[in-house]
Design a protein around this ligand. Sequence first.
Ligand code: ZN
Length: 244
Amino acid sequence: MQDKIQKARDAIARAEKLLVFTGAGISKESGVPTFREADGLWEKFKAEDFATLDAFKRNPREVWKWYRERRALALKVKPNPAHYAVVRLEEAHEDFLVATQNIDNLHQRAGAKKVLELHGNIMHSYCMKCGHLVDESAGELPGEVPSCPCEDCDGLMRPKVVWFGEQLDPHDLERSFQFASECDCCIVIGTSGLVYPAAQIPFLARRNDATIIDVNPEPSAITPIADYFLAGPAGQIMPRLVEE
Ligand SMILES: [Zn+2]
């Protein structure tokens, strides 16, 4: 393991364009419940009641109540050593990007700046009529059914998360794909690699002959293409990859 860590560190240090691709596993170590795992949220709640546009149109009050609870929980947990290690990688690499599938804002709270949120950000909401974006990451919780703050707009605000049946922002997706296709090192943290289209990202990096480093407690769909599979909690492994 020590040898693999050293080799992975060397690859990271050499990288001119470094991509970090994260999923639920990194947040789970902070205490954020996952959505799709066996003990995840979609086992307890029906996704079609809370995470579809239809559900929102049917009952915006219920959906907002649920998202307020999710948001309150995301505000209560803290970034873990893996999130801080990612920030140190950003500081050491000019050409850098985090592409995350997480919506909990933990990368930004740790201090990361170059973050692409492929599935949205639970701290943000936007007007369904005029698109006005509200950033509430400072901690205030939205009202029961928040309406657009713009004058002369009576649109409903909705959480800025990608719901089932919705497309990812094509601009963000394209940017992450482009970056993956050009990077020379890609660190994959805590993702099963099963949720498409985001899961294409490490495969695009692989196609560019990037070094793929997979940090996961269990082998994932990414592991077969990884140069280094580092088994274990990201909170323990990531700090070892950025040690002085
Ligand atoms: Zn509006």
